[in-house]
Design a protein around this ligand. Sequence first.
Ligand code: EPZ
Length: 419
Amino acid sequence: MKQIKIIGNQTLTGTITVSGSKNSALALIPASILCDEQVTIDNVPKISDIEALNEILTYLGAKVTRENGAMAIDSSTIVNKEIPEEISKKLRASYYFMSALLGKYKKVEMYFPGGCKIGARPIDQTLKGFRALGAKVIEKDNKYTVFADKLIGARVYLDMPSVGATINTILVAVKAEGETIIENAAKEPEIVNVVTFLNNMGANIRGAGTSTIRITGVNYLKKCYIEVIPDRIEAGTYVIAGALIGKNLKIDKIIPEHIEALILKLKEMGFDMNINPDNLIISTKNNLKPIKVTTLGYPGFATDLQQPMTALLTKCNGESIIDETIYENRFQNVPYLNQMGANIKVSEDNRKIIIKGETKLNGAKVKATDLRAGACLVLAGLVAEGQTIIEESEHILRGFEKIVDKLQAVGAKIEIEEI
Ligand code: EPZ
């Protein structure tokens, strides 16, 4: 097991460069198998979730070459066979192989995907998309067999703007006969990155980034190149680190528009920031105003920044509120923050927290229960008095490339060890 150790209260100054987006790369890699020629995906983050996907690619027989941040994928050698549970359950994004294999071979067999334990996370909307295009779905003992003689374009109305269901419906529709229209689609930038990739291959997709996406099926997808967009959640997490304990901390290689909701909330708290086309500079300050945050689909406040933001709200003078509208179990970091000295109450329905501040945090031995809860505890450890030890830090490495190196480079006393 890995643990991160932090000696807190060290001012952070200098530049942190953001890596490629985890949630974009996790969709681009499975999407690549729809291509009839080789593709190149650049700016791929070096994180354990990518290794898990690469394991599935290799298991299926694709040829993968990697150089620096680029991944060349030739899927012409793939054999469409059942994806075993032990590799599909490592992450949620494994289910993008379900739609890509179905879209390419009209048949797929795989088990229910894994992912952070932050709620039930059903896949009913993805299956709804498959069925709408004419596929049959058999679910038995957590294994899905999905097949179709033909995939025919259809209108798919999503009950909620699910990121995964939007991407899965696009991947199954891109080579289907005729037009598919997705309504109430999610609008996340990662979806736009995936659609740009597919259109670079010769697909015919319009409306990505809006709630109505139109896909006209094509027969052939050609060789192409795509760059993974910057990780807006990694960017937002480091911006919050700067708000907590930064002095002119520069977060570089970002798209500020992608974290607009966060920037507006920081301004509400009283922060000034120097925002430039591809970076942001922030310093900490006192007398922070308490705020209310409601997590929403993009362009609303990202649920993946909710837990990191909680660490910052412990510094406000007064009562802040967070409403978590996306997941039913995303406050597992709260008991550990309270153990460190915070004063946070969780509502009975586990959908709202009230954070009373300002409270001083003290170092403690805590545990990362999921990726973003772990990120929150790293931020708390950076401002806490004394030493913080974060057990099960593997969760954090799933989504943050070189987090210890990047923070050490701007002055943090942080290390990671195997125990
Ligand atoms: C993506 O998950 C991200 N993961 C999540 O990031 C992120 O929290 C989420 O989008 C929302 O922004 C990846 O991209 C790999 P959803 P996804 O489908 O696609 C419910 C991180 O920390 N729902 O938009 O799984 C679902 O249970 C991760 O990087 C259904 O009920 O999210 C959830 O409550 C965590 N049925 C809500 O909708 C469905 O068929 C949003 O889920 C699909 C979703």
